[in-house]
Design a protein around this ligand. Structure first.
Ligand SMILES: Nc1ncnc2c1ncn2[C@@H]1O[C@H](COP(=O)(O)OP(=O)(O)OP(=O)(O)O)[C@@H](O)[C@H]1O
Length: 302
């Protein structure tokens, strides 16, 4: 029950542009139960790609299948409705997602819409809020009177409350403070590891997801520049940088360390902590070696 794209193109109906193709010839495969990051420069087509995952956008050409459901112009409304229950999509701007006058109504909307009894939906709302570290006291507040970060968390909670199989999020950490960003990345990783969710995240902050994701899709100009594992991404760093992708410093530093000290065969260290530790080990080993060489040289000549 993977997500597959075959030769997919999508053009917004913008007749003022000579060429309005937002996606062109996309082929990709996302395995169920994996954690995927989508990166790429501004306007490269990341959001457009994401919105194909639950059929909000349908391909202009090519074939998309999500959880065995084909997504095309001819697909019937009930099939699309069912797909939206199974694939939760968090939009780039929370305002696109929230519309009720209280947080509780907003989070309960999806579960109620899919037939959950009210009492159960309210329990779900509390559960989803607690996952995001929000207090129940905000349930009766107007979502549009919350801070930007709280609003974003409510938008995420409204999707998690549906308990979807696939969770697709468009820049979910924008407007969150550093602690909330780290907590959200860890929560998504937990949902992926412990509940087998397929998690897909569009991000401009690759470093936040590096330790967690299985693989990456990198977009450029409506096309996929790269699809592969994090290790492969690290190996392709020079190519991706030449293509204009700003990579996390950890990757750049690791590659320099690996080239300098012959560590290319090792698994890359992708957090500042693990990288610092490995640098210290390497320098210490190099220092010991140099000391021994100096002593030996001294022994020979002294
Ligand atoms: N509603 C729309 N109508 C017409 N063109 C659009 C629309 N939405 C996006 N586009 C165009 O499609 C292309 C891809 O946009 P998209 O938002 O998918 O890129 P993105 O990689 O998510 O960008 P960002 O990182 O800035 O969010 C851009 O050229 C954009 O101008």
């Amino acid at each position: 029950m993977a997500i597959t794209f075959e030769e997919v193109s999508y053009a917004y109906d913008d007749r003022s542009l000579w060429r309005s193709g937002a996606l062109e010839g996309i082929n990709l495969h996302i395995q169920p139960g994996t954690f995927t990051g989508i990166a790429g420069t501004t306007g490269s087509g990341k959001s457009t790609l994401l919105q194909h995952f639950n059929g909000i956008l349908k391909p202009t050409a090519g074939r998309v299948r999500v959880l065995d459901v084909p997504i095309g112009a001819q697909e019937k409304a009930p099939a699309m409705r069912e797909l939206r229950r199974r694939v939760g999509l968090v939009f780039q701007f929370p305002e696109q997602q929230l519309f009720e006058e209280t947080v509780e109504k907003d989070i309960c909307f999806g579960p109620l819409n899919f037939g959950m009894p009210l009492a159960e939906a309210k329990e779900r709302a509390k559960w989803a809020l607690s996952l995001l570290g929000l207090d129940e006291s905000i349930l009766q507040r107007n979502p549009f009177h919350l801070s930007g970060g709280q609003m974003r968390k409510v938008a995420i909670a409204s999707v998690l409350a549906m308990d979807p199989e696939v969770i697709a999020l468009d820049e979910p950490t924008a407007t969150l403070d550093p602690q909330s960003r780290a907590e959200l990345a860890a929560l998504l990783s937990k949902l992926h590891r412990e509940q087998g969710k397929t998690v897909i995240v569009v991000t401009h902050r690759m470093e936040e997801l590096l330790p967690y994701v299985d693989g990456w899709i990198v977009m450029k100009g409506g096309r996929t520049l790269f699809q592969g594992t994090t290790d492969a991404l690290v190996r392709e760093a020079a190519f991706l940088e030449r293509e204009g992708l700003a990579l996390p410093e950890c990757i750049t530093l690791w590659n320099r360390l690996a080239a300098e000290y012959g560590l290319e065969a090792e698994k890359p260290c992708l957090t500042p902590e693990s990288l610092a530790e490995r640098i210290a080990e390497v320098l210490s080993a190099a220092g010991t070696l140099r000391g021994r060489e100096e002593r030996m040289a001294c022994g020979e000549s002294c």
